[in-house]
Design a protein around this ligand. Structure first.
Ligand code: UDP
Ligand code: MG
Length: 317
């Protein structure tokens, strides 16, 4: 039985879109009087008027709660802070730019209550309005991560998802520092229903993701959920060893038959450069994992909250 619902909204420099988001979300919330809603905004160290807008909203509407970070910690940290501080029966994450349509909420709540699911997730079936290069690499990424990891990430999956308490508790318990939520949602399991919808473009303001930023995020996703790059590195070492062995045989036999060992300076240089590059690349892969381990071992908090109107907030975690 779901009585209370919390909507976590990460916001980073969203002054243009917040008022629109608020009115749109409230319309949907008001159409569902059987639930007590909380709008839990997480201000992720915005440099614009976001925090002031949130404070004003919370003064006139007591359903509005905010957590404000001491600096920008990233959307992953913002979502985690929301999960740690939301104590509702059902919790959803939702972008502030209305790319996660609040209109889907009634259907999500209905599915969660009437059907045997623990979570209702959304996925975009179109990517209209997105640069084609970005779509192409996004498709490749989903294909790759599903093949080499146990994370089970659906193509076009959004972070927009409504979850029952049990699943939220599981996510809070996954306190790893390097977070990749799409992987974490899949990893914890539970029965998930997928709602497809057509891509919606940002209502106002600009995307916070550059192509390079997304590229690094996808590498993080793979390193966090798969050991495959490490195996690939070892296999590459094995294969080049085999090739080297064959070449040694070739050189020795040629020496015995033709008696001229000194030839092929150019090919030698090529091989040295190739092997050198391979070694550096494999060390780089290992370095990626070591860097992640280093960050996990340091056990730094995911977020620091400097200002909030929540009662008994988890301020640092
Ligand atoms: N966001 C955040 N911290 C960041 C970057 C983004 O909290 O460092 C929030 C942002 O305010 C928005 C959501 O994450 O609510 C998604 O960001 P955006 O719309 O820029 O990403 P896109 O939809 O382009 O992938
Ligand atoms: Mg967006």
């Amino acid at each position: 039985m779901i009585r209370t619902v919390a909507l976590i909204v990460p916001c980073y420099n969203e002054q243009e879109v917040l008022p629109v988001f608020y009115t749109t979300a409230v319309k949907v919330i008001d159409s569902l009087p059987q639930y007590a809603f909380t709008l839990l905004f997480v201000n992720d160290g915005s440099k614009d008027e976001t925090l002031n807008i949130l404070k004003k909203l919370s003064e006139k509407d007591e359903r509005v709660k905010y957590l404000s970070f001491s600096r920008n910690f990233g959307k992953e940290a913002a979502m985690y802070a929301g999960f740690c501080n939301a104590d509702a029966d059902a919790v959803a994450v939702m972008d502030a730019d209305l790319q996660d349509p609040p209109d889907l909420l009634p259907e999500m709540l209905r599915a969660l209550e009437e059907e045997p699911f623990d979570s209702v997730a959304t996925r975009r079936v179109t990517r209209e309005g997105e640069p084609p290069v970005r779509s192409f690499f996004a498709h490749r990424f989903y294909h790759l991560i599903n093949r080499i990891s146990d994370a089970d990430v659906v193509d076009g999956a959004r972070d927009f998802r409504l979850m029952k308490r049990e699943m939220v508790d599981a996510i809070v318990a996954m306190s790893e520092y390097n977070r990749f939520s799409k992987g974490i949602f899949g990893w914890v399991g539970f029965r998930t229903k997928w709602l497809p919808y057509k891509n919606v473009e940002r209502a106002a303001g600009a995307s916070k993701w550059s192509f390079w930023g997304l590229f690094k995020y996808s590498i993080d996703g793979i390193v966090n959920f798969s050991q495959a790059p490490l195996s690939i590195a070892s296999y590459m070492g094995l294969i080049s060893m085999l090739i080297a062995f064959i070449m040694v045989l070739f050189v020795v036999v040629r020496r015995l038959i033709f008696g001229d060992p000194v030839a092929g300076w150019a090919s030698t240089i090529c091989i040295i450069l190739f092997i050198g590059g391979l070694q550096l690349m494999c060390m780089g892969i290992m370095g990626q994992y070591m860097a992640k381990t280093y960050m996990e071992v340091k056990n730094r908090p995911h977020f620091i909250i400097s200002d909030t109107n929540c009662e008994n907030p988890v301020r640092i975690h």
